[in-house]
Design a binder for this molecule. Structure first.
Ligand SMILES: CSC[C@H]1O[C@H](OP(=O)(O)O)[C@H](O)[C@@H]1O
Ligand SMILES: Nc1ncnc2[nH]cnc12
Length: 290
């Protein structure tokens, strides 16, 4: 019997969550290095919650230097079954306006300077990310957002860029007009891929702060305007989180989309050819199949 334990990864503007019983900041060590920060653990209406600020309290890590592997590893290590990522993003669609939230279901990964896998030389694995987010968890987030009175769009493609600079006008137009992307951000990749490797259900709630640079009436991205919109979005994210416990099963049933069995048949390296040092580091992430 596995208890549901929700991990919240808070993006820009979301550095803590409130209402947790027995709230404690805990230092969890990882063989993948130091995570972004300590994790805030506690109980929200009988559901165990673990919160991790993606950029660290005080916003220390840039999108390229967020320790994505350590973050996912510590969440797995502490028993998180489902991760909800809340992230700021720009919009490529008129009808997805600043202040609206989007439940992401696809990504285009344009990041280039990040470690993207727990696996590698000495233990090679290939998981599917054809459907990189968990529909069951996404449905829960959608319902929670509706109850909280947030304008929510179900389904959207998130362009993950390296940053930290925002896009050029030509890039913004290409992502929107030629690639059919809906929103843009800098952090959900490789986070979603790593969650899949760690067999944790992952849902992404993208909170729109701006229209990137394509919109003729809005001009270039303005960080001051983003920060103002972020404040309201952050309040809404907290309201959404408060609705979650009532919508979740306390005892976890297997994911109907197989997120929690992603490593079945994924590891290619024969047991006798595996690197013991790497295998040891994979104890939390892949212990189920190693
Ligand atoms: C504050 S604007 C740019 C910054 O915000 C987003 O971060 P996160 O995804 O962690 O909310 C975006 O990806 C950029 O890192
Ligand atoms: N326009 C944008 N591009 C990339 N990341 C963002 N985060 C918030 N707005 C963004």
């Amino acid at each position: 019997m596995t208890k549901t334990k929700i991990g919240i990864i808070g993006g820009s503007g979301v550095y803590e969550i409130d209402g947790l019983k027995n709230a404690t900041w805990q230092n969890i060590e990882s063989p993948w290095g130091a995570p972004s920060d300590h994790v805030l653990t506690g109980v929200l209406d009988d559901i165990e919650m673990v919160f991790l600020p993606r950029h660290g309290r005080g916003h220390v890590h840039s999108p390229s230097t967020v320790p994505y592997r350590a973050n996912i590893d510590v969440l797995k290590r502490i028993g998180v079954t489902d991760i909800i990522s809340v992230s700021a993003c720009g919009s490529f669609r008129e009808d997805m306006a600043p202040g609206h939230f989007v439940i992401i279901d696809q990504f285009i990964d344009r990041t280039i300077a990040r470690e993207k896998s727990f696996f590698g030389t000495g233990c090679v694995a290939h998981v599917s990310v054809a459907h990189p987010t968990c529909p069951r968890l996404g449905d829960v987030c959608e319902t929670a957002a509706k109850i909280a009175g947030i304008t929510i769009h179900k389904g959207g493609t998130y362009l993950a860029m390296e940053g930290p600079q925002f896009s050029t006008l030509a890039e913004s137009k290409m992502y929107r007009e030629n690639w059919g992307c809906d929103v843009i951000g800098m952090t959900n990749m490789p986070e979603a891929k790593l969650a899949r490797e760690a067999e944790i259900c992952y849902a992404s709630v993208a909170m729109i702060t701006d229209y990137d640079s394509w919109h003729p009436d809005h001009g270039a991205v303005d960080i001051n305007q983003i920060i103002t919109t972020l404040r309201g979005n952050s309040e809404n994210a907290r309201s959404l989180i408060k609705q979650l416990p009532a919508l979740l099963d306390h005892i976890r049933t297997p994911c109907p989309h197989n997120c929690d069995r992603a490593l079945d048949h994924a590891i290619m390296t024969k047991p006798e050819s595996r690197d013991p040092t790497l295998v040891a580091k994979l104890d939390a992430v892949a212990g189920r199949v190693l």
